[in-house]
Design a binder for this molecule. Sequence first.
Ligand SMILES: O=P(O)(O)O[C@@H]1[C@@H](OP(=O)(O)O)[C@H](OP(=O)(O)O)[C@H](O)[C@H](OP(=O)(O)O)[C@H]1OP(=O)(O)O
Ligand SMILES: Nc1ncnc2c1ncn2[C@@H]1O[C@H](COP(=O)(O)OP(=O)(O)OP(=O)(O)O)[C@@H](O)[C@H]1O
Length: 485
Amino acid sequence: MEVEKMDENDWKYHGEGNKSIVVSHAQHSQVLRFLKHSVEDHKHRCQTPEQTQQHIQNIVDFGKHVMRSLLGDNFVHHGKAVKLPLDFVNQLSLKIEPERPESRTDKVMDTLSGWALCLPNLTQLPDHLGEHRPALCIEIKPKCGFLPWSRHVTKDVKLKVCRFCMHQHLKISSGKWKRRSQYCPLDLFSGNKQRMFLAIKHLLEESQNNLKIFKNGELIFGCKDDANQKRDLNELAQHLWPFFFPTGTLIHGCPRRKAVLHKLTQVVTMALLSSGEPGNVTEPRRDHCHTSSLLQDCCRKANSGLPKDCVLSKILQVQLLDDLDIEGIYPLYKRVERHLAEYPEERSTMQVDGPYNESFLERLRCCPSNDNGSVEYAVGKVHQYRVAMAAKDCSIMVTLAPCEGDEILRPAVEIQPSKPRFRGSVSILDLDPKPYESIPHQYTLDLQIVSNYIQSVQSDSEPASPNVRQRQLDRDDCTLVFHSA
Ligand SMILES: O=P(O)(O)O[C@@H]1[C@@H](OP(=O)(O)O)[C@H](OP(=O)(O)O)[C@H](O)[C@H](OP(=O)(O)O)[C@H]1OP(=O)(O)O
Ligand SMILES: Nc1ncnc2c1ncn2[C@@H]1O[C@H](COP(=O)(O)OP(=O)(O)OP(=O)(O)O)[C@@H](O)[C@H]1O
């Protein structure tokens, strides 16, 4: 990329989250990720260009030195910080503004610093492989895949219902989403194919911000402010039909939509479970969220664990660094705060705001396992918690292309046995360091999620009797899960 020759017409709006806006290059497999600011911060120029540069460099370093080591080189692309001409950035910002979803316009793109992150476009295959080859990309934001077990947890419900499922109630009552998602991260992370199929089915039914699908780099499903899921699924099936049924053959008696979504679910499950070391399986986790609608008995029997090096296993291992729960972390955060109030100069030696280098990683690894009352212990646990938080908020990109014969696509993940055959790559994105300052917010949010959930379940029809609950479960269409072809 030649920064002097940047032309906004070569770039188009690609997507955004809470913290950044992404634009993709029209010809090359590249994206630029810009930071976003609140309108107020932008107006008052709250961050200097040097601070923004540092912020972006911290993201690169965190990916390069911390997350790559913990999650694996294959999965993490740390990208590089680039300084762009302000003119280009301003023109680009004006160009993409009409494309932005209404719900995200409370923040604006940083047009003041000229700094951005340059990354490979993970929705496409690399330039040298991508030519004339259709690519399908499935992005999943899986969220937290385990139930806490910490002795610091004070509400029993947290040991039974996962945070995502509880949070759904708050998201509905606050108006963030209109319909509750039945997706449960514990199903996805179970390693059990039936539960994983169910998780993906639920993501397809109500994608919220947890599922997006791209075809040749273009968003074709998910992430809409107000989606009509049924219509969208029909459209999705139309889009995907040529990928999965290139010869046009119909499965006798099976509706087209169902056949395509079934294939998609199978292929995504295989990609999420694909591992460098086939057959290597971790200890099964016994987590089962009580609001997940798969019959508990079935889950218990089939909890087969994740292959050791698959992407889900890697992410889960890092999430599990949060072993104290926010209720155990918050007092440690306050210990650090008290120490810093007395010795503010130690903030940098403690690496509270980075740098995210080898020695930060070492601090994570060397943190004592028991609380000896020291500030070192508190800092180590807070760092571990922040790293776990990043892994709880990341997204997985599965990018696939049909392939013929024995041709090899690299970096390779092979979907076997599948017809047609697919090869491609699995990556993890959005691994930004979570700010130390967000811990009090996390604590308050946790309290809010739990109390809202308890209230909402109590006020929903008197606690459903087992029969009512069972009828509810029976109504779910599990044929996709239980009668695979
Ligand atoms: O707190 P959560 O679990 O709601 O996660 C936030 C996400 O909400 P979600 O529930 O996934 O819709 C939220 O995503 P959305 O803006 O809702 O798409 C962000 O990812 C936020 O991270 P950050 O503050 O931008 O670094 C996320 O905040 P962190 O808690 O990860 O800092
Ligand atoms: N390297 C990439 N290649 C292709 N698409 C990308 C890439 N990075 C980000 N995207 C797209 O842009 C979207 C927003 O990016 P990202 O998730 O990093 O934003 P964010 O603001 O950090 O999100 P969050 O709300 O989780 O904090 C992603 O969901 C993804 O669709």
